[in-house]
Design a protein around this ligand. Structure first.
Ligand code: SF4
Length: 367
């Protein structure tokens, strides 16, 4: 089992006693420029991590399995020093706090944000958060004002499911109503929330799946700026987790005792998921919902897509929106057209990369 692996057992270092990372050893310019038009447009951005682990116990999360609940935090002073160092030295204008759960250390976060304001760093930032923090005494109007003043632009939150029954099973400590409230509050403060969802959970029914689609639609209604982190991920059971045990108990998976077996089995790799989703009784519907929510909620700015894709994508998006509104997933011809278009785009990218390489080689040979 993963949790028996000696490599996973170690003493943690105190983040506040760690030496500075010798950033002069790498060419930072290769890492701070973000020119991906569909994502962080025109930013000099960089990720920072100011804590390790997470105190929660969600049943699907590798943090729990890897005993990473020993939540360790870089204190406010060290966090501010690190941020100021990078921002001033590399002229950073967008910071992404990539902690597993940045807002868990609420008191520290408040001091850090006030520090960003006082130091007049003039950056924008995004960070990981939880929807249940949007309440009086936590992320309330007072803190939201500080967040906005300090440059908060994006928050990344796991909504996971629209079904409270499934959320209970995931031990996520949130409800669909909390997710909606978080979206509403982000909308009031012009913060862009990014939500992630999961489908294909063990025990998930048709109604649970429809509740997830419904919540995604409602989020877009109350907060048009809201985004979803790609299409909903298909749940993947990790050895050592409660839901993995359920899959084994019910015979949906064969037991994998060694980590090597685990990587070689149905569960290969971190992101690969067995396409049959044997632990789901709604495998076809799950895949259809995953595909159609992905199309319906794809990045709205189609002007940034390859010109040949723009009109067909507009039509496919409208059809997908209709489907998820009425929960109709039969005759998936449009899904095949969508997949073909993306195959075409990959082919075009492949050919243009080869062509560029050929031109470069020719230039070097003649020069
Ligand atoms: S809150 Fe997020 S990081 Fe923490 S255990 Fe749950 S899923 Fe994992």
């Amino acid at each position: 089992m993963l949790t028996d692996n000696p490599l996973c057992k170690h003493d943690y270092v105190d983040l506040n006693n760690m030496p500075r990372i010798p950033d002069e050893l790498i060419d930072f310019e290769n890492y701070v420029k973000f020119k991906r038009p569909l994502y962080e447009t025109n930013f000099r951005g960089m990720p920072v991590i100011t804590s390790r682990g997470c105190p929660y116990k969600c049943t699907f999360c590798p943090n729990v399995i890897l005993s990473n609940q020993d939540y360790r935090v870089l204190n406010a002073e060290n966090t501010l020093n690190m941020v100021e160092y990078y921002v001033r030295k590399y002229e950073i204008d967008y910071l992404r706090f990539r902690d597993d759960n940045f807002f868990s250390a609420k008191d520290k976060v408040k001091i850090v944000l006030e520090g960003l304001i006082n130091k007049e760093l003039g950056i924008q930032w995004g960070g990981s958060c939880r929807v249940n923090y949007f309440r009086e005494g936590y992320i309330d109007d007072k803190l939201l004002n500080i967040m906005v003043k300090s440059g908060c632009r994006r928050l990344y939150m796991g909504a996971e499911s629209g079904s409270n029954k499934m959320l209970k099973k995931l031990k996520k400590g949130i409800t669909a109503e909390m997710t909606l409230k978080a979206a509403e509050m982000c909308n009031s403060y012009e913060i862009e929330p990014y939500f992630s969802f999961m489908v294909g959970l063990p025990g998930e029914t048709k109604e649970d799946l429809f509740a997830t689609v419904n919540l995604m639609r409602k989020i877009k209604q109350v907060c048009p700026k809201a985004n979803f982190l790609g299409k909903p991920a298909i749940f993947k059971p990790y050895p050592g987790g409660e839901l993995y045990d359920e899959c084994i108990k019910n015979g949906w998976l064969r037991e994998s005792c060694a980590i090597e077996d685990w990587f070689a089995s149905d569960l290969k790799g971190m992101y690969y998921v067995n396409k049959r989703i044997p632990w789901s009784s709604q495998a076809s519907l799950t895949k259809a919902i995953q595909a159609y929510t992905g199309i319906a909620f794809m990045n709205d700015d189609l002007r940034k897509r390859w010109w040949l894709l723009r009109v067909p994508l507009l039509v496919l998006k409208a059809v997908a929106s209709f489907r998820i509104r009425f929960n109709y997933y039969g005759l998936p011809i449009d899904k095949y057209i969508y997949e073909f278009l993306f195959w075409l785009r990959s082919f075009k990218n492949f050919v243009s990369t080869k062509f560029m390489r050929f031109k470069l080689l020719k230039k070097r040979t003649l020069g």
